[in-house]
Design a binder for this molecule. Structure first.
Ligand code: ES4
Ligand code: ZN
Length: 324
């Protein structure tokens, strides 16, 4: 089964590029850019990755992102992830980036996006890996701040496929960003949002009804509403589930308690993704492997999950037919 996982070409739909920054590169960039980080060694960084919930992770994750200064830094981080795509047989990836994490520190929007984009262009050229960029608003910041970021993004409209919503979920429901997402939709962006990671199903309903999302990122809390499950199934709204992330952030106490098999058996369009692989102990294949090690997944389940990853992607219908 591990062979099957490794050999199937896969798509990844929920990956924060800042979450692919490995401790080794973080340490190297901190030195090069003379940025103070609260760790004396790579081992110390790794030791700090012990989380109790989403917020405890985010605090460390934003501090880590502070080592990224130049366009080359963003290129190097993205290129390192592309190498992991090759190792994991990921042939299409849709990556999130959080511009506000960087613009708040005085790094220009352009530096961030052009560094990422150059690596993705090289990935297509060198390995044939296709990709899309999804820009996320940080939900712990204001809608006004999101609007400012949105205006900056419009200059790069041709290289941004979608707009998403991430960061601290509880207390920052989708409704807070209703107006900016309406504008994003009018401009033709694909819309997604993190919802139902830690917060209750009302956040998923708001993402669907107020933001009109095409996919729900995480969405595992949907299990708590029969009515919502029925709707997600009927409308075949994709859930981009991130097993390792859910375990590391204590959304579930163990892999055995993860609900992805239940969601799959209920015929929801669920996908497997790595979220922040440098922080959550492994890239995409490792997420699949942890699932088969702990849940009664069949070969057919794995094939279905991989098919779903293409079905739920934003690639053209033509390409989808080729991949499916
Ligand atoms: C995130 Cl796991 C998760 N949830 C919400 N926002 C995020 N940003 C990066 N990883
Ligand atoms: Zn995420």
């Amino acid at each position: 089964m591990i062979d099957l996982i490794k050999k199937l070409p896969k798509a990844e739909l929920h990956l924060h590029i800042e979450g692919s920054l490995e401790p080794e590169l973080m340490f190297k960039l901190a030195k090069k850019n003379k940025i103070d980080i609260p760790y004396k060694s790579i081992e110390e960084i790794k030791k700090a990755y012990d989380f109790s919930n989403l917020q405890s992770f985010l605090d460390i994750y934003y501090a880590g992102a502070a080592v990224l200064i130049t366009k080359e830094d963003f290129y190097d981080m993205t290129w390192a992830y592309i190498k992991k795509c090759v190792e994991n047989n990921i042939i299409h990836t849709e990556i999130f980036f959080d511009p506000q994490t960087h613009t708040k520190r005085g790094i220009s929007f352009e530096t961030v996006i052009l560094g990422i984009k150059q690596a993705l262009d090289d990935a297509k050229e060198k390995y044939g890996i296709t990709s899309h960029i999804i820009m996320c608003f940080l939900r712990h910041l204001s809608q006004e701040d999101a609007f400012k970021t949105f205006e900056e993004a419009l200059v790069f409209k041709n290289i941004i496929k979608g707009i998403g919503l991430d960061s601290s979920e509880i207390g920052h429901p989708p409704s807070k960003f209703k107006d900016v997402f309406k504008k994003a939709k009018e401009e033709g962006f694909e819309i997604v949002a993190h919802a139902g990671e830690e917060a209750d199903v009302s956040y998923i309903y708001e993402a669907l009804d107020l933001l009109e999302v095409k996919r729900i990122d995480h969405g595992v809390q949907a299990i708590n509403s029969k009515e919502l499950l029925k709707r997600l199934k009927e409308e075949q709204i994709p859930l981009t589930v991130c097993p390792n992330s859910n375990i590391e952030l204590k959304v579930f106490n163990s892999y055995k308690e993860h609900n992805i098999k239940k969601l799959l058996d209920y015929n929801l369009l669920v996908t497997v993704n790595s979220d922040d692989p440098a922080y959550f102990k492994g890239y995409l294949n490792q997420n699949y492997i942890n699932l088969v090690d702990n849940l009664e997944l069949t070969d057919e389940d794995i094939i279905q999950l991989v098919k779903n990853s293409f079905k739920a992607s934003f690639i053209s219908d033509e390409l989808k037919e080729k991949y499916l």
